[in-house]
Design a protein around this ligand. Structure first.
Ligand SMILES: NC(=O)c1ccc[n+]([C@@H]2O[C@H](COP(=O)([O-])OP(=O)(O)OC[C@H]3O[C@@H](n4cnc5c(N)ncnc54)[C@H](OP(=O)(O)O)[C@@H]3O)[C@@H](O)[C@H]2O)c1
Length: 296
């Protein structure tokens, strides 16, 4: 008996937070995975049986080799927008199916409806995917729980004072592993073509409460010191892109006094409850207590 060879899934962003987990879960599910990186050095920490390929979203023709023989693509876009039309055109020339990591920019909650250049980019890419006739699933996570690493881990490891704006703003952080699990599921299980999934964590938590949960879990009292938006702009000057700062301030500011939007999509698709923020912190506690090692 001959077995049909299953074509690989090309995972973009495979060295990043969500894509790396997607690659691992697809491999666990028995699918061959091709992992895209635009860096020349070998990618660290990818499962051994993942085929690593080089290609750059800003150089569309560099993707041809990576796309050859692929059955589906997990697409996430962290590159500048200019080459998105040419890349989607190339995807459509090679595959029928794409799962795109977007954001909940259509969700009618003030947090998601503020001026946001990333949302504009996501909407543009979704339009390109639809116009190219690709069979798509759109994955729309709200705030990723892992943002806490970038935002607060250094301060928590340091003097234990988190200086941050809009402490009362509530979000429903979603565990990156749940986002990856939903994305992977839509690639190895039938029935998700045309799916449009807004993914959130299970609870609405103010930013100050999230910091306090981290303190609880690591057994350390963390002080939350409220910054005005202007103070936050000047503290992040030169180290954060200004559009990202403005986007976050607008979203947090607009949601003050309202609970975060919560969806039940993670449970509906995975058949298990989304992980709580406390669970995410417990599984990443070392990042809030130990200096990071140089890797990846
Ligand atoms: N943070 C949030 O709360 C949130 C919420 C909703 C949606 N999102 C979306 O999630 C996405 C980010 O996902 P993530 O956090 O998993 O990413 P990430 O950890 O920031 O990793 C970025 C990935 O993009 C790849 N990359 C960067 N430039 C590239 C290029 N020119 N060509 C090919 N690959 C390139 C990198 O791979 P190499 O460097 O190896 O090439 C890396 O794997 C964004 O689209 C963001 O808008 C984020």
């Amino acid at each position: 008996m001959t077995r049909t060879r299953v074509p690989p899934v090309l995972v973009t962003g495979a060295t990043g937070r969500v894509g790396r987990a997607v690659a691992g879960l697809l491999t666990d599910a028995g699918l061959p995975v091709r992992a895209l990186t635009h860096r020349s050095e070998p990618a660290a920490d990818l499962p051994a049986n993942v085929e690593v390929v080089t290609g750059d979203l800003t150089v569309p023709e560099s993707l041809d080799a990576a796309l050859r023989g692929v059955g589906a693509v997990f697409l996430l876009w962290t590159a500048p927008p200019a080459t998105a039309p040419a890349v989607v055109e190339r995807l459509a020339a090679h595959v029928r199916r794409v799962v795109f990591l977007s954001s909940p920019h259509q969700t009618p909650h003030p947090f998601f409806r503020q001026p946001n250049p990333l949302a504009v980019l996501h909407a543009d890419i979704e339009r390109l995917i639809a116009a190219a006739g690709l069979e798509s699933t759109i994955i729309r996570p709200g705030m990723l729980a892992s943002n806490a690493l970038f935002w607060w881990a250094a301060a928590i490891r340091g003097d234990g004072v988190v200086r941050w704006p809009h402490g009362a703003a509530e979000t429903a952080p979603v565990d990156d592993r749940d986002v990856a699990a939903v994305a992977a599921r839509t690639l190895y299980q039938h029935g998700h073509a045309g799916g449009d999934y807004v993914l959130t964590g299970p609870e609405s938590l103010s930013q100050a409460a999230q910091v306090s949960i981290i303190g609880d879990v690591v057994g350390r009292r963390i002080r939350f010191e409220e910054l005005s938006p202007e103070e936050f702009r000047s503290e992040t000057e030169g180290s954060w892109p200004r559009p990202a700062v403005d986007m976050l301030l607008a979203a947090w500011g607009a949601t003050i006094g309202r609970p975060a939007y919560i969806s039940s999509t993670v449970s509906a698709i995975l058949g298990s409850a989304p992980r709580t923020f406390r669970q995410w912190v417990a599984d990443h506690a070392a990042a809030f207590t130990e200096a990071p090692t140089q890797s990846g």
